[in-house]
Design a protein around this ligand. Structure first.
Ligand code: NAP
Length: 349
């Protein structure tokens, strides 16, 4: 069976990456692409790297145009998805790349986003431990999926095995994360001009204000075996690379835990995963190793002098951080082989 697909936000970065991956997915037909200010223009004018889709024209993003497909991807600015999802009742599978359906706590939505709260959907990070199971279970047969925030899923994948196994204290997590400007989307912003970001590293959303904080807390709370207070100090830094995330997360070692138990928690969590790899002891990932890949690479160190576990994670924000996660989740929901259309290999140099 071939599934018909519509992708909204198709002129943007997330929509473009969803299209790039879907273009080589054997079980889908990309039938419709939509946009907003650029509707009416050829897709190829906005995504010149998508040569095989040169025949498509960007249409208006309306419920009528999106309806009538087997799968609809929404890759819109946050706060814009809910207006469409309410009217897409008849679409068997809707996947939102935005934040609108990620959070379960209305108070967290109010504090970090504001505006109307929308119902939470199945969270699209299959490999996340959720107590004794995996988030994958919630995606089987799902009709509505919230793809993750790129920073959030990188940090959650970094730490969830340690939280699930009780080998770290999730009440004192510190993460500093380098991210490229594609994480902020394609629309024109002064702070993202080349002259503002080339040759400099720029911290932003310092002091607990970044919107991905409640999403990380929610994912790690779901991993914990019992109700646990998740506290994280999260500092993102914008760095001059088009795409990629390098997250360094640390947390205190739980009392009485051995080094073997710590490493074993991550090894057992990800041993059978195709797209999340724990590197050998002493090895740490680079963003260059995951560009274009649906792969999260993790390096783990145990700093006994500091009493902390250190996890360094590299992810391509547009692949494993968004489009790859969305398509991997789609595959699970539709009963397809989970890795269809996704590559574990990156592009280098
Ligand atoms: N970039 C990432 O790494 C990343 C990672 C994870 C999640 N996400 C999420 O994915 C979503 C899209 O992000 P992005 O980075 O792709 O942003 P982007 O590059 O700015 O693209 C936004 C897209 O949405 C369209 N759009 C804007 N306003 C709209 C409206 N009112 N109604 C319908 N369409 C509208 C734009 O169309 P026009 O160009 O025609 O105006 C464009 O196609 C966001 O919610 C973001 O949080 C992004």
């Amino acid at each position: 069976m071939t599934f018909s697909v519509a992708v909204s936000g198709a002129s943007g970065y997330a929509g473009g990456e969803i299209l790039r991956l879907l273009a080589s997915h054997p079980d889908v037909e990309i039938r419709t692409v939509t946009a907003h200010s650029n509707a009416g223009q050829p897709l190829i004018d906005h995504q010149p790297h998508l040569r095989s889709l040169a025949h498509l024209t960007l249409q208006d993003t309306t419920p009528d145009i999106l309806a009538g497909h087997d799968v609809v991807f929404l890759a819109l600015p946050h706060g814009q998805s809910a207006q469409y999802t309410d009217m897409l009742e008849g679409v068997p599978l809707v996947i939102d790349a935005g934040a609108d359906h990620r959070l379960t706590d209305p108070a967290a939505w109010d504090a970090f986003y504001g505006g109307a709260f929308s119902e939470p959907w199945a969270y699209g990070v299959p490999e996340l431990p959720t107590g004794t199971a995996k988030q994958r279970d919630a995606l089987v047969g799902a009709r509505r999926i919230a793809a993750p925030g790129c920073n959030a899923s990188t940090v959650s994948l970094s730490l969830a095995p340690g939280v699930a196994a009780g080998v770290i204290d999730p009440g004192d997590i510190v993460t500093v994360l380098a991210v490229g400007p594609s994480g902020a989307g394609k629309s024109l912003k002064t702070n993202l001009l080349a002259s503002e970001i080339l040759g400099t590293a720029n911290p932003y959303a310092v002091g607990g204000t970044h919107r991905h904080i409640p999403e990380i807390r929610q994912a790690l709370a779901a991993a914990a075996p019992a109700e646990t207070d998740i506290r994280i100090s999260f500092t993102p830094v914008l760095v001059p690379m088009a795409r990629g995330i390098l997250a360094t997360s640390t947390a205190p070692i739980a009392p009485g835990v051995t080094d073997a138990q710590i490493r074993g928690a991550w090894e057992s969590a990800y041993a059978d995963e195709s797209f999340v790899h724990l590197l050998p002891e002493g090895s740490f990932p680079r963003t260059a190793d995951v560009l274009g890949a649906n792969t999260a690479l993790l390096g783990l160190a145990i700093d006994r002098a500091a009493g902390r576990v250190v996890v360094v994670a590299a992810v391509d924000n547009l692949v494993k951080g968004t489009a790859g996660a969305a398509i991997q989740s789609m595959n699970i929901a539709l009963g397809l082989t989970e890795s269809t259309g996704l590559s574990v290999n990156g592009v280098a140099p």
